[in-house]
Write a protein that binds this ligand. Structure first.
Ligand SMILES: CC(=O)N[C@H](C=O)[C@@H](O)[C@H](O)[C@H](O)COP(=O)(O)O
Ligand SMILES: C=C(OP(=O)(O)O)C(=O)O
Length: 372
C-alpha cells in the first residue's frame, strides 16, 4: 500500500503502518538491516529512521553538554548522537535493503540539511517529528519539495497545529498528514488523549490523520485506528531491555505483528466508532478507558515537558550579533539549544526587534535579549 493512497483519501478503510526504527539500531547497520527484515515480516509498510546533521540541529553547547544517562553512547550529548547517526553510504545500503524486501524506507528530517539529504535520496515521504512541528521555516521548505509529508504534533498546542495547516495551505501543499502524538516515553494511558484524533479529524476533514504512539503495548494504538487514525507509527526494537532511551516503549517483533494483524482484521469504514464501543470491541480495561477519556483541547502536557526541554527547538543567533542591532530573518537559526531560548514559533515575530545585549553565534535569543 502507498502512503499517497491514504493521504489522498483513496483508501479510507486501510491503515499505513510505520515501524520507527529511529535510533534503536544501536548505531549498527547490520542490526538495522535485521530490524528492517523483522518489521517487514511483522506486516509493516514502512521502516523509518531519524536523520540529523548534528551542527545544524544542535548548538555547540547542546552538543558539548555532558550526557549522564544509562542510555548514553558517549560522554557528551554530541558524542552520543554521533554514535547513533548513519552516514550517506549507510543510508544508501539501508535503502537498497528495503527495496529488495519491498518495504518503504524513509526518515524524519530533523533539520534543513537533513531535509535536503532525504529529498536527494528520493524517499517516498518525509516525516517531520514533533520537535520540528513548530519549526515553520523547516515546514515551509518541506512543503515546497515535491514529496508527501507526515507531520507529528507532540509537545504542541492546537493553535500551533492550526498554524501548521495554514502554512501547508499557503504553500499549496495538499499531500500531507497530521499525526496525533504525545511526546512522553512511555506515555501513560491517561496522557494518550486519543480523543484528539477525533478532534483533528473533525477540524481538518481534508487532512489524513494518524497516530504516533509511545505507550506500552498495542491496544491503545488499535483504539487509535478505530477512532479514525489511518497511519500508525510505533517505535520498534528487537529487545526492549537494550540500552537506549526508546527501547522500553517500543514494540518487539511479535507485538508489532499482533498490532498489524489486529489492524488488518478490523472492518474499517469512514465512520469511526464511539469510545464506549471501542472499549467493548477491544475488551479494554481501565487503561484503555483512561486513554479514551474526554480531553478539553490540545495542550502541551506536563508529561511532555522533559522531552520539550531536551529536544524542543529554540531561536539562536546565526552569527555574532551586537547590542542595539535589529534582527533580520537571516540572523536567526532554529536549533536545540542548551540553555533553551525563545521558542521556534516566535521566529518571524522577532524580525525588527532590537537586541539588548551582544549575542554570540549559536547562543540562544531570550526574552530578555530583546528590547520591547
Ligand atoms: C522528540 C523526538 O525527537 N523524539 C524521537 C522520536 O520519538 C525519539 O526517538 C528521540 O530521538 C529519542 O528519545 C532521544 O533519545 P536520546 O536523547 O537518548 O538520544
Ligand atoms: C520525533 C519523531 O516522531 P514523533 O514526534 O512522531 O514521536 C520522529 O519521527 O523523529
Amino acid at each position: 500500500m502507498l502512503l499517497n493512497d491514504i493521504i489522498s483519501g483513496n483508501e479510507v478503510d486501510s491503515v499505513y503502518i510505520i515501524a520507527e526504527i529511529g535510533q534503536n539500531h544501536q548505531g549498527c547497520v547490520e542490526t538495522a538491516k535485521k530490524m528492517i527484515l523483522e518489521a517487514k515480516k511483522a506486516g509493516c509498510h514502512c521502516v523509518k529512521f531519524q536523520k540529523s546533521d548534528l551542527p545544524t540541529k544542535f548548538t555547540r553547547s547542546a552538543l558539548d553538554r555532558e550526557y549522564i544517562s544509562d542510555h548514553a553512547w558517549g560522554k557528551t550529548y554530541g558524542e552520543h548522537k554521533e554514535y547513533l547517526e548513519f552516514s550517506k553510504d549507510q543510508y544508501l545500503q539501508l535503502q537498497a535493503h528495503c527495496k529488495e524486501l519491498n518495504v518503504d524506507f524513509t526518515a524524519s528530517a530533523m533539520d534543513e540539511r537533513s531535509l535536503q539529504f532525504l529529498a536527494d535520496l528520493n524517499v517516498p515521504f518525509i516525516k517531520i517529528g514533533s520537535g520540528d512541528a513548530n519549526n515553520f521555516p523547516l515546514l515551509k521548505k518541506a512543503a515546497n519539495l515535491n514529496l508527501p509529508l507526515v507531520i507529528s504534533t507532540g509537545m504542541q498546542t492546537m493553535q500551533t497545529v492550526e498554524r501548521i495547516v495554514q502554512t501547508m495551505r499557503e504553500s499549496g501543499k495538499e499531500d500531507y498528514a497530521l499525526m496525533h502524538c504525545v511526546s512522553s516515553y512511555p506515555t501513560d494511558p491517561e496522557d494518550c488523549s486519543l480523543e484528539l484524533i477525533s478532534v483533528l479529524r473533525r477540524r481538518f476533514p481534508n487532512v489524513a490523520i494518524g497516530y504516533s504512539g509511545h505507550e506500552l503495548g498495542v491496544v491503545i494504538s488499535q483504539a487509535a485506528v478505530l477512532l479514525g487514525a489511518r497511519i500508525v507509527e510505533r517505535h520498534f526494537t528487537l529487545d526492549k531491555n537494550q540500552k537506549g532511551s526508546d527501547h522500553r516503549c517500543s514494540l518487539e517483533p511479535q507485538e508489532l505483528k499482533a498490532l498489524t494483524t489486529a489492524i488488518t482484521n478490523f472492518k474499517l469504514s469512514s465512520v469511526p466508532m464511539y469510545p464506549q464501543e471501542i472499549v467493548q470491541k477491544l475488551n479494554g480495561g481501565e487503561e484503555l478507558e483512561a486513554a479514551l477519556q474526554h480531553v478539553e483541547s490540545k495542550t502541551i502536557l506536563p508529561c511532555e515537558l522533559p522531552c520539550r526541554n531536551k529536544l524542543g527547538k529554540s531561536i539562536v543567533a546565526a552569527r555574532n550579533l551586537n547590542k542595539g542591532y535589529r534582527l533580520q530573518l537571516a540572523d536567526m537559526a532554529i536549533k536545540v539549544s542548551e540553555p533553551s531560548g525563545l521558542t521556534a514559533e516566535d521566529y518571524v515575530d522577532l524580525v525588527g526587534k532590537e537586541l539588548a545585549d551582544n549575542i554570540g553565534e549559536d547562543e540562544p535569543i531570550l526574552g530578555s535579549s530583546i528590547i520591547n
